[in-house]
Design a protein. Sequence first.
Length: 238
Amino acid sequence: MSYERLPLEYRMSSGRLRLLITMILLATPAALLPVLTIEEIPTGIRTVVSLAVVALFGWLVYGSRRCATTADIKAIGVRGFFRRRRVAWEDIQDIRAELNPAAAMQSAAPTYITFVYGRDGRKLQLPYVDDQHVSMEREMALLLDIWTELRGDDWAPDARAAVLIDRRNARQAALLSGMSWAMLGFLPLIAIMLVPLFTDLPEGLESVLSPWAVMGVGLPLIFVLTALASYRRSLRNL
């Protein structure tokens, strides 16, 4: 039985944790230096700010060591910086490994991350259950087996939850599509904005191509139109 492997706990790898702690230790003196060297700052304020900075960085170290994905006989959960969230095995609708949108912009980000979908349609990311910390194939198979064993013999997919999940994923995909197209449209909009500098245009058209109009209207318009198109397309495919 896979559930005999419980309890499980997934944490930040020791190498990444050491790197994070080293970066925090290096950043602490740099953050304190201006406070300690500016003579105009009153001693009381200097002391309070210094203690606050040390407390903040200390809390970051503590929180990084504390954060984890946990699983026991009753539920799977996430222990974060501020709170804990748990989803009972019988309330889970799916456990999925999905592409990480941040991976395209951050070289150090994992390519695949894992989510648990609840009965309310919301999804909960499982920190450190990703392709940088574990073998995704092995751990996904283990979690799915445990879920199958512990969700109960009378478990059945919730049709309402399935609709909520699909619509939530469609909205997320629409937002990502809108942001991607807005980023792609940034340089062309700059080119359009520069046209009045090199060409004599009618007064009305010149005001339309002003920086405020091009960037203030153009970028939001690209985002909204492409996001709506993506959302409608996703709904049609459901």
